[in-house]
Design a protein around this ligand. Structure first.
Ligand code: CP
Ligand code: NVA
Length: 335
């Protein structure tokens, strides 16, 4: 193993994952390729538990089905004890300071997974925690979801570099994270949202700068025209128009997003073999119609299922397990 491959194999050890731009392009690719290797190894019957004797705290300040299940089962499969604190079982629910949670969990666990509202809160937790902190969704980002989303795309034979991805809908945490992930993976990312619900121009600039710095060749386009965004796309994504925390705005949002529903007519503008993806939960009849989400182009269940593999890779790499040699090789070869 060369010096370069051994330093890449452990480059994420002890780090946080608060957003995808915390990673270099090589490191994001390494997470994905590690997930590919671990998934194949598990399917082949290799059930090693490299994190035996460790523990992972999973704190959920918003509802969760997929994220909780995949982190809890993923930690257990790696040999780590998953300590789930949902609803009123975390110190946050009793108003305790973030500092106290971080400084106390340092004594009990080897990583902390947090789903919360403000990105500033997870950043503060990371400041106090000596162990890796992993973002399981904030109002701003959902990095683990996008890492998982890119697995079934590869499994369907599509290369990530140069992939044309279209996101139609709210300029929310999912849109933000597709921009970051697409920038790092060298994609042609198009985001269509109505005026007033678009991603922040500062983030677009940050992602373009990251693409330049990393030399990925990514292109980023933000517009208010779903047809323009979807034309010739290889993958079409959408998400709820009313994210957790926005429920009081539901009716106003449904009115504002008319014309942004993913229908068969909109999908007809995409590449003929385009995939449809949605992080879920979905609202059939709002952001997407059943003919699309339950139709032949939809890969939503593969997408959800790959949360397990993406997050096992994140936990193992951040908690110090070196990446598999084959994953490192593919990253270096694919530069
Ligand atoms: N996609 C996703 O994060 O699902 P949950 O909210 O159910 O965790
Ligand atoms: N944008 C959605 C994603 C859910 C996984 C939300 O934040 O509620």
């Amino acid at each position: 193993m060369t010096q370069e491959s051994s330093s890449l194999a452990t480059s994420l050890a002890g780090r946080d994952l608060l957003r995808l731009l915390d990673l270099s392009a090589d490191e994001m690719r390494l997470v994905i390729e590690t997930a590919v290797e671990q998934k194949a190894a598990w399917a082949a019957g290799n059930h090693e538990a490299p994190l035996a004797g460790t523990a992972v705290a999973i704190i959920l300040e918003k509802p969760s089905f997929r994220t909780r299940s995949s982190f809890e089962i993923g930690a257990a499969r790696l040999g780590a004890h998953p300590l789930v604190m949902a609803d009123d079982h975390s110190a946050f629910s009793r108003g305790e300071p973030v500092k106290d949670t971080g400084c106390i969990l340092n004594h009990f666990v080897d990583a902390i997974v947090l789903r919360t509202f403000a990105q500033a809160k997870i950043e503060e937790l990371a400041k106090w925690a000596d162990v890796p902190v992993i973002n399981a969704l904030t109002d701003a980002f959902h990095p683990c979801q996008i890492l998982a989303d890119f697995l079934p795309i590869q499994e369907h034979g599509k290369a990530l570099r140069g992939l044309r991805i279209a996101y139609v809908g709210d300029g929310n945490n999912m849109a933000n994270t597709y921009l970051e992930g697409g920038a790092l993976m060298g994609m042609d990312v198009r985001v269509a949202s109505p005026a007033g619900y678009q991603v922040a121009p500062e983030l677009v600039e940050e992602c373009r700068a990251a693409a330049l710095r990393e030399g990925t060749g990514a292109r980023i386009t933000v517009c208010d025209d779903p047809v323009a965004a979807v034309t010739d796309a290889d993958v079409v994504f959408t998400d709820t128009w009313t994210s957790m925390g926005d429920e009081a705005e539901h009716d106003a949002r449904v009115a504002a997003f008319q014309g942004f529903c993913v229908t068969p007519e909109l999908m007809a503008h995409a590449a003929p073999d385009a995939l449809f993806m949605h992080c879920l939960p979905a609202h059939r009849g709002e952001e997407v119609v059943p003919a699309v989400i339950d139709g032949p182009q939809s890969v939503i269940y593969d997408e959800a299922g790959n949360r397990l593999h993406a997050q096992k890779a994140v936990m193992s790499l951040l908690m110090g397990v070196p990446a598999p040699g084959a994953a490192v090789e593919r990253v270096l070869r694919g530069r």
